[in-house]
Every structure is written in C-alpha cells, then in structure tokens.
Write a protein that binds this ligand. Structure first.
Ligand code: ADP
Ligand code: MG
Ligand code: MG
Length: 339
C-alpha cells in the first residue's frame, strides 16, 4: 500500500519562500509508486491553504490570504501515514508544529518537540552543547524586556565580548535579522532589528580571523550517520541572506578542503551535538573552521535545513552515495520507525 504523506511548506517565518522552493523539489522527488503526497502550504499569516490555493502558492512561490487557522483534517490522526514538515524557522522548525503532530499522533520527518526547540534557539543550543564541552564562540543573551528597561546593562554585557560582534535573533535562520557590528555606533540599531524579530537575542564574539564555513549532514534516529564535510566559500563579509540565495554568490565544495583529521573531528562533534540535542531524522550541523589557529567551533544546528536539489544537505548525502530521491524516501522511513 502506498504511504500517504502530508507535505507542509511555507509557514510564518522569514524563511517562507525558502521553504516553498524546498517543497517543490521534495514533491518532484518522492517516488510516486511508494507515496501519495498531499502538499499543504501554510501562509505567512499561519493559515493552512486548501488544495487550489496551495497549488498556486507552489507555482508562484507566494501564498495568498485565506485558509484555515489549522487544517482540521491534518491535525487529526486520520488520513496520513506521515507528515513531512518542510518548514524553516519559528512556527515550523521550532517544535510548535511538531507538538501539534505529536498530539495528533501522526509520525513526522525530523526532530520532535525537544530537539526542534532546543536546536532552533541559538542560546539554548549553545548552553546544551557547552555542557558537553563542544567548542563555540563566546556569546551573551539579551531579552527584549531587559533591552527596553535597562539598555545600558545589555550594552555593557555585549561590549565585554569585544568588537566585532554578531547580533542575531535567537530563533531564526537564513541570516534574517543578523548584523555584524564593528563598533559601538552600530550596536543599538542591530539590537533593535534583532528584537523586532525575536524576544531573545544572542550576541556573539567573532572568531579572531574570518572563519571558513563548513557543514555536515546527519541522517538517522538512534544510530545517526554523518555525511562528508562540505564547505561554502563567498566574497561577502559574512554569509548573509543575499549571499545565500543569489545564484552564483556562494560556491559549494564537497568534500571541504580540510586535513582528514579535522574533517573527522567535525563529523564527530556533529554527531555528539545531534545526540545531545535529542535530534532525530536529519540535521545540518554548521561549523567555523579557523585555518590560522586550527580551531573548530560549532556554529549552529539546523533541524530542517534547506532542501532544494542544489542545497547543501542533499548534496552532502549525494556525495555519500544517496540520491535526492533515496534521501527523502529514507527520511520518511525514519519518521515511521519506532523511536
Ligand atoms: P542562520 O541560522 O541565520 O544561518 P548563523 O548563526 O549561521 O545564522 O549566522 C549566519 C552567518 O553569519 C554565518 O554563516 C557566518 O557567515 C556569520 N556569522 C555568524 N556568527 C558568526 C560568528 N560568531 N563569527 C563569525 N561569523 C559569524
Ligand atoms: Mg540556521
Ligand atoms: Mg547558518
């Protein structure tokens, strides 16, 4: 019997468009002899769109208004064997949708509530990973109320890190809302921007030299495997939204040009992080490699990484011998496995 799959895409976060692109690729790749796939696009307002509107959103890359607040049928255990929540960022990748699906008793691709929430929040991720000794940049947390009530205290804590710093909403992705701040003059605007997008903001020290950006894919539940390490190179000051999504601005190198023992260290750290955060199914774990010092620093864990056919995560597993279509099939098998 064919498995009935609900593919969720779009969503309320700043990564709505990225998700629609990924969903188109997954829709094309899921073998039709094994799967019956129903896509549902969630609009930026959080409405679950009916079939015609969903189709239009997938074609145009833009969702219309309308739809239900939550798709009643999808939120019941009836009708689907598994859900592929191909959603990035808050209200999708952060444990909220995972909670809904858990309540409904429908298996789904990827991490559960805990792994999703802990990996989405960059501060929580750092705290968990620090507790198992994973190397990371120094950082500070600020919350919105404190920024409103006592900005001087926030400034003081942040400046103790030393410039330049990266200011980021704690729960976002695709570099949305991230600023690199070179001195005190740019700090307030960067914090205002980040706080306009999140209640929690992380400020990070920058690596002493411009880091190389290396990424590794993890696949599996209780016995996860690590892909080869990949690297992204680009001309920009940092890997911002434009560099990420403008054709030709970033180059992918698989495998990364690294000494074998560094690549092995990165794969090992990624697997340890995946387990410590209680991830499941898949994750892309991103690192900074500072060639000048040999340092490897874990940057972040993405539990639903970009998933177009040219995205890093599928490319990493392609290098390991798994085609895109085999990879999405494997992810659904993992969703259906007992954990
Ligand atoms: P996102 O989840 O939006 O991808 P990241 O934390 O990965 O956010 O930051 C986006 C990019 O910003 C990174 O890929 C890197 O280029 C740059 N960056 C972020 N933090 C630092 C840091 N502490 N030191 C150096 N570069 C950083
Ligand atoms: Mg991210
Ligand atoms: Mg990133």
């Amino acid at each position: 019997m064919k498995k009935r799959i609900l593919l969720l895409a779009g969503g309320q976060s700043g990564e709505h468009e990225v998700s629609l692109m990924s969903a188109r690729s997954v829709l094309n790749a899921l073998p039709r002899d094994q799967f019956d796939v129903t896509p549902v696009v969630i609009s930026k307002q959080g409405r679950w769109l009916p079939p015609t509107e969903t189709q239009r959103a997938l074609e145009t890359g833009q969702a219309q208004a309308g739809g239900d607040l939550v798709l009643h049928r999808a939120a019941s255990a009836e009708g689907y064997d598994a859900v592929f929540p191909l959603l990035h960022g808050p209200m999708g990748e952060d444990g909220t949708v995972q909670g809904l699906l858990t309540l409904a008793g429908i298996p789904f691709v990827g991490s559960g509530v805990l792994g999703s929430a802990a990996s989405m929040d960059k501060v929580m991720t750092k705290q968990v990973l620090a507790s198992i000794g994973i190397p990371q940049v120094p950082w500070a947390l600020a919350v919105r109320r404190e920024w409103q009530r006592d900005p001087a205290a926030v400034r003081e804590r942040v400046e103790a890190l030393g410039y330049p710093v990266f200011v980021k909403p704690a729960n976002l992705g695709s570099s949305v809302g991230i600023s690199k701040v070179k001195d005190g003059a740019g700090l307030d605007a960067a914090l205002d921007l980040a706080f306009s997008l999140d209640r929690r903001v992380i400020v990070e020290a920058m690596t002493r030299h411009k880091p190389r950006e290396v990424e590794v894919g993890i696949l599996g539940n209780d016995t996860p495997i690590a892909s080869p390490v990949g690297e992204l190179s680009f001309d920009a000051d940092f890997y911002d939204y434009e560099t990420k999504y403008t054709e030709g601005q970033a180059q992918m190198h698989i495998p990364a040009r690294l000494p074998a023992e560094v690549a092995e260290q990165i794969r090992d750290l990624a697997l340890r992080a995946f387990r410590a955060l209680d991830c499941a199914g898949l994750a892309r774990v991103d690192f900074f490699y500072v060639a000048e010092t040999g340092e490897v620093l874990l940057n972040e864990v993405n539990t639903m990484p970009g998933f177009t056919t040219t995205s890093m995560y599928p490319k990493l597993f392609e290098a390991a011998g798994l085609t895109y279509s085999e990879l999405v099939t494997r992810l659904i098998q993992l969703a259906l496995e007992e954990r």
